[in-house]
Design a protein around this ligand. Structure first.
Ligand code: BGN
Length: 316
């Protein structure tokens, strides 16, 4: 009975609950980068972070259980700089968390990776071939990455809060607590690149936090935005269409530094985004987490994060 259950998980049961406000939280943060910081350096600075980028406060039972989901490709340097800031930040907040980097494989065309005989005439039907070529087209798909992040992370732990976090944004205030609220939350409301203001009223890009129930209610994120732009607006629409509001931290806390970057190859502005957005109210029920086609190529537990790499489009 109950005794047995307690025996099976003895460690955290005996700890007092962490205080509502962590005593380690400071105020505004100065964001600066040591030039050549390596992952080993970061790991050494964060000895309490466990394999896979997992952390829980050692002396108290955490009040918040948060998965941080970072979609990325080809931004290794940004990922390292983000980890450098995020790990100590999360520890100061006394949060139980894991950092997941969700990576879209773009090493080579999937069609080229097919065995020769499959490629030979008759091996694959025309429609199948067309689908592969269209889907695996080297184009970034943030919506899909976020959906996979959700699906894979919930298999590992019963997370109560999910932070969908762009790789180039660094929080600039300790009071920006990485927990969830009653409504979906837009955390990055004051990015330096946009003069610490929302670029437009319904902007929902950068860093957002949802409870699993919010995510399920909106049917997950759209899978059909290939390339840059619009998927965040689609997600905001899904939230409004489901009669939820978007909450925000006070702008003084929701400050972020955006790391500079040039144009990403394979992430061109998507010309279809305007049309797609005009159809969200019709499509949100169908384009969603359940018809998400992907294959997980690897799941690696590195000292500072769990790395998920996937192919999109087809499963053989
Ligand atoms: C918007 C993009 C967002 C992006 C922000 C900030 C679109 C849809 C056109 C109606 N939306 O314009 O995806 O996060 O800029 O860069 O392009």
């Amino acid at each position: 009975g109950l005794d047995q259950i307690q025996l099976l998980s003895p460690t955290k049961e005996d700890l007092p609950t962490c205080p509502k406000t962590s005593p380690f939280i400071g105020g505004p943060l100065k964001v600066s980068f040591p030039l050549d910081v390596t992952l080993d350096d970061i790991a050494q600075k964060n000895p309490l972070v466990q394999l896979g980028g997992h952390y829980q406060p050692p002396n108290c039972g955490a009040l918040h259980h948060t998965a941080i989901i970072i979609p990325y490709w080809a931004r290794r340097k940004h990922l390292h700089q983000l980890l450098y800031h995020l790990h100590p930040f999360l520890q100061r907040q006394q949060i139980h968390c894991t950092i997941y980097a969700v990576h879209q494989n773009r090493a080579r065309r999937l069609t080229q990776a097919l065995p020769r005989d499959t490629k030979a005439k008759g091996g694959l039907s025309r429609t199948e071939m067309a689908r592969i070529t269209q889907m695996d087209n080297y184009t970034f798909n943030r919506g899909k990455l976020l959906n996979v992040g959700f699906k894979e992370d919930m298999k590992e732990n019963n997370w109560q809060c999910l932070y969908f976090h762009d790789v180039d944004l660094i929080p600039k205030d300790d009071c920006n607590i990485y927990d969830c609220s009653a409504f979906p939350m837009h955390a990055s409301v004051a990015i330096d690149k946009f003069q610490y203001e929302l670029p437009y009223e319904t902007y929902f890009g950068g860093v957002m936090a949802l409870q699993p129930t919010h995510y399920l209610k909106i049917n997950g994120f759209p899978n059909n935005y290939w390339g840059w732009g619009g998927e965040d607006d689609d997600i905001a629409s899904r939230i409004f269409l489901n009669k939820m509001l978007i909450s925000q931290p006070p702008a003084v806390f929701g400050r972020y530094h955006m790391m500079k970057h040039g144009h990403d190859r394979g992430n061109k502005a998507n010309p279809k985004r305007f049309h797609l957005l005009s159809k969200t109210h019709l499509r949100w029920r169908y384009n969603r987490m359940n018809n998400l086609l992907y294959s997980l190529l690897s799941k690696e537990q590195t000292p500072l994060y769990t790395n998920l790499t996937m192919h999109f489009g087809i499963d053989y």
